[in-house]
Design a protein around this ligand. Structure first.
Ligand code: GRG
Length: 279
């Protein structure tokens, strides 16, 4: 399997569906619709929806109309978190995905509301999946728990609190890795796997997400994007130590994906790509 071609084709499919989901009629105020589309349809990597889609396929899922609404909803939530993360009250960033952030292109109030609307839209889209109701409810429960106060939102508040004294890896788990993990388990739940397999995939997703955050911070170091990044605030580990941690984590994660069998080959290869990524 050529993983780069596979990622590209997954991304195209997801972009097509995101574009459809974000086509609004006259009922949605023009400015809000434009800000939502701007914040989502910019060139993102779409890694979370790709994780959900590929896990679904690896777990034997066959109906794309069951999983694609979940893939798109996960990306809407991710984009909401980026729009809010960029706001002046949080990271105060001017650029995202190579273009002005939503609050710079529009204004702060519009960015706040566009983020809120994307979060709400995600749950509307989840509900529209044609998967069996019991699986949908399990997936929605897992997703809301991963982004809520004991997940992404909790991680974010610890991240902005310089005095929380919280360990870097704990913050990375809450802020980033839980959402990665739930992207995998969403695919697994919608495909109908056992609770045991779901748990196993969640743990692997946590390690993959932690690796992703580590490499994100290492890229910050390399490009000096992150003079105030969480890695500098929340860890005393040196750049070299963080690189070693990333290598160790990638090695064990890749090996555990390989142990799941050839269906999970995509994930073993993806782990290596994440370790070596340049963007
Ligand atoms: C979810 C209720 C709730 C609140 C959100 C603002 C906030 C609270 C959380 C922010 C979390 C955040 C931005 C974490 C960083 C995760 C991360 C590594 C983002 C970059 O992801 P990429 O590289 O970005 O996948 P692209 O642009 O490719 O999509």
């Amino acid at each position: 399997m050529n993983i780069t071609a596979r990622i590209e084709s997954d991304r195209r499919l997801i972009n097509l569906h995101l574009n459809r989901i974000l086509k609004f009629g006259v009922v949605v105020p023009k400015r809000l619709a434009a800000a939502m589309r701007y914040g989502v349809l910019s060139p993102g990597k779409r890694i979370r929806p790709i994780l959900a889609l590929e896990t679904y396929l690896a777990c034997g899922g066959k109906r794309r109309d069951w999983i694609l609404p979940f893939c798109c909803g996960l990306e809407l939530i991710h984009c909401f978190s980026l729009i809010h993360d960029d706001l002046p009250a949080l990271d105060n960033d001017n650029y995202r995905r190579g273009q002005p952030t939503v609050h710079r292109k529009f204004d702060e109030a519009t960015a706040i509301i566009a983020g809120d609307a994307l979060l709400a839209k995600a749950f509307e889209v989840f509900a529209l999946s044609r998967a069996p109701d019991e699986r949908k409810i399990r997936a929605i429960h897992a997703i809301s728990s991963a982004i809520g106060p004991s997940g992404m939102a909790g991680g974010q508040i610890l991240d902005i609190d310089q005095f929380s004294g919280m360990d870097y890896f704990r913050i990375a788990k809450l802020k980033t890795a839980e959402f990665f993990a739930v992207a995998l388990t969403t695919g697994a739940i919608i495909a109908g796997v056992s609770a045991k397999q779901e748990k196993r995939l969640f743990k692997l997703g946590i390690d993959l997400g932690t690796l992703f955050q580590l490499t994100d911070d290492l890229l910050d170091y390399a490009t000096d994007r992150g003079s105030d990044s969480s890695v500098r605030r929340n860890t005393k580990l040196t750049l070299n130590q963080l690189q070693l941690e990333a290598q160790k984590l990638a090695k064990s994660t890749e090996m555990r994906f390989r142990q799941l069998g050839p269906e999970f080959d995509f994930f073993a290869q993806l782990t290596e790509l994440i370790l070596k990524r340049q963007q």
